[in-house]
Design a protein around this ligand. Structure first.
Ligand code: ZN
Length: 497
């Protein structure tokens, strides 16, 4: 009796296993509702994850595609995205978006995408919005319009660029070398009117780029452009960029930037960035510098070529940046795109901007798949006898270098080690909680940290060689949590100084 029941039970499990393997029995189709009509999108299951047939989605949304053996491009009204067979990374414009699973080409013309493709990637090329109605059903709707007007307000010490919009949507502000970009999400932007800049030396013109995100404005920097601050106001929704001129170049006689908390002028030492962007010996407003590791030809860890460290580092860094900006901090990234920078260029960005904290973001790879969790690194200086110049040991926490002396480029970090260690310990503790593991801070002679004249750490936020870490790191929600944790640590560190 007992034996018989076991046999039945065994058969039952075998059938279930068979069902799981043959996707058609388990796969759930997707319904896209457009107006009164319902369209079916074929579903499939692979490695326990839901996939949907791209061809069906493209047909409903009227997207055209172009396929080669391992790649498919999808053309939408607002942009193009590229998918690679077996990769979870989607290329959209100049950014990469990481899906929860790899794209799957079952046969020619028969591509399948993981379920999160719908909400995470597709809106980037559409004029439409997909709203989840229930499990397996999405409603396709037109995106609301956001009318945006650009105006200027002239103040004695600065110029305000005001983006007045009809709806309170998501906006992100990002500084590039030649312009400041204001990127809108959520609603499609109509640029109603753009006034002429009253001070062409401070900023050039404001340009509207409709095909970037839901509409993007670029504020071109003029010769006197020095720094900016962003603020958000409601009723009506406004985003304000206060643009400050380089000190001493104000047009009006009494143009002292009273509202700007400028640090005391810094001695340049040898720690200034060799860049033509640098106007002279002027001080900068301290910011937090986030360095996405690797980039360009330097892929970082690419164990399965599925998830590349360079892409993930940039995704994480941007999430960290967004959260820091939202909490009112000034932030600079060392790279915004998929480009290769050497270690010196990265630390140079930190020193050029007088970073108050420098965080280099990486993910790890290890020979053993068991190695997991986050590891925080700080700089381990060479023994004193190998240093060319002796520097004064740190004063206090060493965070604020009010009287910087001439410090050799590669010894910039030595005066800040106490602060770095404190930041690293805080970060390691919090990340250990997140990963549920007991890793320790590691000291290493990392070239990217050596010159940084600020508390500086390098974080390896999990291991791509560990299956569980890999799974988590591919998850958008986990990435957000990771970014949140790192930002909380930075803020706690800065507040406790
Ligand atoms: Zn790395």
């Amino acid at each position: 009796m007992f034996r018989l029941r076991r046999k039945i039970l065994l058969n039952f499990w075998l059938i279930l296993l068979f069902a799981a393997l043959t996707h058609s029995l388990m796969a759930q189709d997707l319904t896209l509702r457009v107006g009164q009509e319902s369209h079916r999108v074929e579903g499939a299951t692979r490695d326990g994850k839901s996939y949907f047939r791209l061809r069906d989605i493209a047909a409903v949304l009227e997207l055209s595609t172009n396929e080669t053996s391992s790649r498919i491009d999808v053309f939408g009204p607002r942009g193009t995205l590229s998918l690679l067979d077996g990769r979870p990374l989607v290329h959209l414009g100049d950014q990469y978006i990481l899906l929860t699973g790899p794209v799957w080409r079952r046969s020619k013309g028969n591509w399948y995408v993981p379920a999160d493709f719908l909400e995470k990637v597709l809106p980037g090329i559409l004029n439409l919005r997909l709203t989840k109605e229930s499990d397996g059903t999405y409603r396709v709707q037109g995106v609301g319009r956001n009318r945006v007007r650009v105006e200027f307000l002239n103040y004695r010490d600065h110029l305000s660029v005001v983006f007045r919009s009809s709806r309170a949507g998501v906006t992100t502000v990002q500084e590039f070398r030649d312009y400041v970009e204001v990127r809108y999400g959520e609603y499609l932007v109509n640029a109603d009117s753009i006034a002429d800049s009253p001070d062409q030396d401070l900023i050039g013109s404001v340009k509207f780029v409709p095909e970037e995100a839901f509409g993007t404005f670029r504020v071109e920097k003029g010769d006197r452009f020095y720094s900016f601050r962003e603020s958000r106001l409601s009723d009506p929704p406004r985003l304000v960029l206060d643009i400050f001129p380089r000190p001493g170049t104000a047009r009006s006689a009494a143009g002292s930037a009273a509202t700007v908390d400028l640090p005391a002028a810094a001695g340049s030492g040898t720690s200034r960035e060799p860049t033509d962007e640098d106007p002279g010996q002027q001080p900068r407003i301290p910011v937090i510098v986030v360095d996405p590791g690797h980039g360009g030809e330097d892929y970082g860890v690419d164990v399965y070529q599925d998830v590349l460290e360079k892409g993930l580092a940039l995704v994480l860094a941007r999430k960290i940046e967004q959260r820091l900006v939202a909490s009112g901090e000034g932030v600079r990234l060392t790279r915004f795109r998929d480009v290769d920078l050497n270690a010196e260029q990265r630390s140079a960005v930190g020193n050029f901007h007088r970073a108050k904290v420098f965080v280099s973001v990486h993910v790890g790879g290890a020979p053993l798949p068991q190695t997991s969790g986050a590891v925080v690194y700080i700089y381990d200086p060479p023994p004193a006898e190998f240093r060319v110049a002796q520097t004064k040991p740190e004063d206090g926490g060493g965070e604020e270098n009010d009287h910087p002396e001439l410090v050799r480029w590669n010894e910039g970090q030595i005066g800040y080690l106490n602060g770095s260690r404190r930041l690293a310990n805080l970060m390691q503790t919090e990340l250990n909680k997140l990963f549920g593991i007991q890793n320790k801070v590691v000291e290493a002679r990392l070239a990217v940290l050596a010159p940084v004249m600020a508390p500086a750490v390098l974080v390896e936020a999990g291991f791509l060689t560990n299956p569980e870490d890999l799974e988590m790191l591919g998850n958008d929600q986990f990435q957000e949590t990771l970014a949140y944790t790192i930002v909380q640590v930075i803020r706690k560190f800065l507040e406790s100084r």
